[in-house]
Ligand binder design. Structure first.
Ligand SMILES: *Cc1c(COP(=O)(O)O)cnc(C)c1O
Length: 415
């Protein structure tokens, strides 16, 4: 087969080639005659040990935070990530809030955040009075456009928040270089990026602070939950205090002070032990969970990559400095109309495909606070990005249904 990459031009000569590809795919993927296809977008995976460990906690009667399981989870990350210090938190959003307090974000400080992200990346800083300066995505990836950072920095810029979208690393050398030259902090929102790497460094351990999420929709879950990773010694002592309602209770528990009291601002950012027990059961099987997800991701890539050859959709970009974690499989369609029609076709076929973020600079809350710059790439991903079902326990036959439906859509379109 001799197919040229055609970009997003209308393909005439491609149609025959497409038929060939489709025939090939169709043979590999036998016709699905399922009457009731119902493939969810996400389905949390349980290792089978969650209940046992939670029962463990219940039998000790020590239910509040910072017990044995919290310590185990933290130790796990300290070993696996070789991180200076880490704290289990109630969510990634809360770890981001802690970051904003730790960086001492004040009214009027500017914080650069990608527009194409979850609200928490910005909210945490807005709540401390920061002015958010939204950055665009890269043309080839929804992550922040590292090359645009320099032009967004002013005297008032205090921090840059980067988001490792889909568990694919941003170019951290570029980000850290800009930040160092301007004396600015970097927070890595690594919510989607557990066990993903930039040049062999775990994501979340490169900026001054990093945050992980264990929300039900992520790779490793505890229902709700998160972690603050601290890569700069200066923040360790204060983080412990902020997480314990602004008290030095943790020091007291270690016997380092005679009594504890109110020493700083803070809130209750530590999860209970049942959450930590659940998480530990998942962490123990991280390798297995990751292997399953990567197999699913690779199969999508293998079976759908010809869509790109034909110019029908862009496959997810993984930069050569990044090792991703199969958090998500998305494709980027040439226009919103195609994205919408494909999504509706899949959903009506029982395959729950979903779009992703509405850029935050266009949101109801922020639109009138935005400085008016157009951020075309974030809007492109808003309009054209479609996520396919991907979950740890996804079976090959479930995945074949999805792949087959996607091809069937394009065959119908180009008949
Ligand atoms: C999921 C997610 C969050 C929020 O995580 P929670 O643990 O639910 O607070 C923040 N940022 C990004 C990029 C996310 O994907």
């Amino acid at each position: 087969m001799d197919i040229q990459f055609t970009g997003y031009q209308p393909i005439q000569k491609g149609i025959n080639a497409m038929q060939l590809v489709f025939d090939k795919v169709d043979k590999r993927l036998p016709q699905n005659k399922e009457e009731q296809i119902n493939i969810p977008f996400n389905k949390p995976y349980m290792t089978g040990f969650e209940q046992k460990y939670i029962n463990d906690v219940l039998s000790t009667g020590k239910l509040s935070g910072d017990g044995t399981y919290t310590k185990r989870c933290q130790e796990y990350f300290k070993m696996m990530y070789d991180v200076k210090e880490c704290f289990l938190t109630t969510s990634c959003s809360d770890a981001l809030e802690m970051s904003a307090i730790l960086l001492d974000i004040q009214e009027g400080d500017e914080v650069i955040v990608p527009s194409y992200t979850f609200v928490s990346s910005a909210n945490a800083f807005i709540m401390r009075g920061a002015k958010i300066v939204f950055a665009d995505s890269r043309a080839d990836h929804p992550g922040i456009d590292e090359d645009s950072l320099e032009s967004l920095i002013t005297e008032k810029t205090k921090a840059i928040v980067v988001v490792h979208y889909a568990g694919v690393a941003c170019d951290m050398d570029k980000v850290m270089d800009v930040a160092d030259r301007h004396n600015i902090y970097v927070v890595e929102d690594a919510a989607q990026a557990v066990d993903a790497y930039y040049k062999n460094k775990p994501l979340g351990t490169i900026g001054h602070l990093g945050t992980l999420s264990f929300h039900e929709t992520k790779n490793i879950v505890s229902g709700e939950g998160g972690m603050l990773l601290i890569n700069d010694d200066r923040f360790i002592e204060r983080a412990e205090i902020i997480r314990e309602k602004g008290t030095n209770r943790t020091k007291f528990m270690r016997g380092e002070v005679d009594k504890y009291g109110w020493v700083d601002i803070g809130s209750s950012y530590l999860p209970n032990e049942m959450t930590a027990a659940f998480l530990y059961a998942q962490l123990e099987q991280l390798q297995k969970i990751q292997a399953k997800r990567i197999a699913v991701w690779n199969r999508y890539m293998e079976e759908l990559k010809e869509l790109e050859v034909l110019g029908f959709a862009q496959m997810p970009k993984v930069h050569d400095y990044a090792v991703h974690n199969a958090h998500m499989f998305y494709i980027v369609l040439p226009d919103h109309d195609t994205e919408e029609r494909l999504r509706k076709y899949l959903v009506s076929s029982g395959v729950k495909a979903v779009f992703h973020y509405n850029p935050l600079h266009n949101s109801k809350y922020f639109a009138d606070k935005h400085d008016g710059r157009v951020l075309p790439n974030s809007e492109k991903y808003d309009n054209c990005l479609l996520r396919l079902p991907l979950y740890t326990g996804m079976t090959t036959s479930e995945q074949k249904v999805v792949i087959n439906k996607v091809w069937r859509f394009f065959l119908r379109e180009h008949k």
